[in-house]
Design a protein around this ligand. Structure first.
Ligand code: NAD
Ligand code: TYD
Length: 335
């Protein structure tokens, strides 16, 4: 692979993936196509080797712009998405535009241009909740909120292009990802930055014992890269962290790392339709020689320390649109 298009490469995981490609493959060129929504941030790309990185501001819902940027690339990896469950509950229109229509534009452009690999980054949330055991790729999907439903819609369009047109589409389904540069609406950076500021941590009441499987961002990137280069077209690969924790356990760990007491925990009304537990089995990707390497305790400590040491990254974000969102989402209950 010589030239790879990464969509959503100014976001959390996408920016790490851009750095991963540039670090690991000395001759690769990356075309980074990103709309720079509220979640996209050019600061996430500070220090990348500009001689091998081309940034294109664009919307995957714009078919012409997607085709132009993809021309000459031998692979495309799609991270671009609306990604926050709570925002999808408040209004799903942009989720449909980007996560469904946008993916259609990507596979359609790839079909026209004959792109030799299309990797669609998806989520374990498409399976829905599971009480016991772990989902395998062969299990049916059952998305239960507008975000996961829109991601499932994009996946299905992608898979249909494999079956109908032979387009070499590969899908990865990653578990909850954590690390530096994550927009502070997701639970870990939200709780860490609030704890630093002695602000309440809005834990969903009734969801304190809900379980997420935590995957360190660099491990997620290596999993996607493994599937991209060694996966079979038409196949789906789960990327699991193997670190299932109840939300209350994560919350206490963040408080401990920030030197704060549990009095900061503020139970707020639960998310509607809050999925209880996500769990996926990654043995299919492990059979391709992939392993997550980050220990959970160490990874969370490293991540919280990063937010402690990079206030200049997140303080400008926690203003303007963010504060309006925060007020809408948590209202008086977060005070
Ligand atoms: P993010 O919200 O941090 O970043 C999304 C990026 O996509 C931003 O840079 C944004 O500007 C860009 N974008 C949004 N709409 C766009 C559009 N229409 N055209 C072009 N660019 C657009 O997201 P993230 O957490 O880094 O997630 C990246 C991908 O990984 C998503 O597809 C998500 O579904 C998937 N995923 C995320 C997690 C997680 O825990 N964060 C877990 C599994 C899978
Ligand atoms: P989140 O980071 O939004 O990821 P996802 O919904 O994709 O799993 O949420 C992770 C868990 O944390 C989820 O069970 C909901 C919970 N949560 C809270 O308790 N309070 C919050 O303010 C947020 C954002 C999440």
């Amino acid at each position: 692979m010589k030239r790879i298009m990464v969509t959503g490469g100014a976001g959390f995981i996408g920016s790490h993936f851009v750095k991963y490609q540039l670090d690991i493959y000395p001759n690769i060129q990356v075309v980074n196509f990103d709309k720079l929504t509220y979640a996209g941030n050019p600061d996430n790309l500070k220090g990348v080797d500009e001689s091998r990185h081309t940034f294109v501001k664009g919307d995957i819902a714009d078919a012409v712009a997607v085709r132009q940027a993809m021309d000459g690339c031998d692979a495309v990896v799609n991270f671009a998405a609306e990604t926050h469950v709570d925002r999808s509950i408040a209004g799903a229109s942009e989720f449909i535009d980007t996560d469904v229509r946008g993916v259609y534009n990507i596979v359609e452009a790839a079909k026209t241009l004959g792109t030799s690999r299309v990797l669609l980054v998806s989520t374990d949330e498409v399976y829905g909740s599971i009480a016991e055991g772990s989902f395998k790729e062969s299990d049916p999907i059952n998305p239960r909120n507008p975000y996961s439903a829109s991601k499932a819609g994009g996946e299905l369009i992608g898979r249909s292009y494999f079956h109908t047109f032979g387009l070499p589409v590969i899908i990865t389904r990653g578990s909850n990802t954590y690390g530096s540069h994550q927009y502070p609406e997701k639970v870990l950076p939200l709780f860490a930055t609030n704890a630093i500021d002695h602000l309440p941590l809005p834990l969903y009441k009734g969801g304190e014992h809900n379980v997420r499987d935590w995957l360190y961002v660099w491990d997620h990137c290596s999993g996607i890269d493994r599937a991209l280069r060694h996966g079979e077209p038409g196949e789906v690969y789960n990327v699991a962290g193997g670190n299932e924790r109840e939300n209350i356990v994560l919350t206490r760990r963040i408080l401990e790392l920030c030197g704060r007491g549990e009095d900061l925990i503020k139970l707020v009304p639960d998310r509607p339709g809050h999925d209880k537990r996500y769990s996926i089995d990654a043995s299919k990707l492990r059979a391709l020689d992939w392993r997550p390497t980050m220990d959970w305790d160490e990874g969370v400590a490293l991540t919280v320390r990063w937010y402690q040491e990079h206030e200049s990254w997140w303080r400008p974000i926690k203003t303007g649109e963010y504060l309006e969102y925060y007020k809408r989402q948590y209202g008086a209950s977060a005070k």
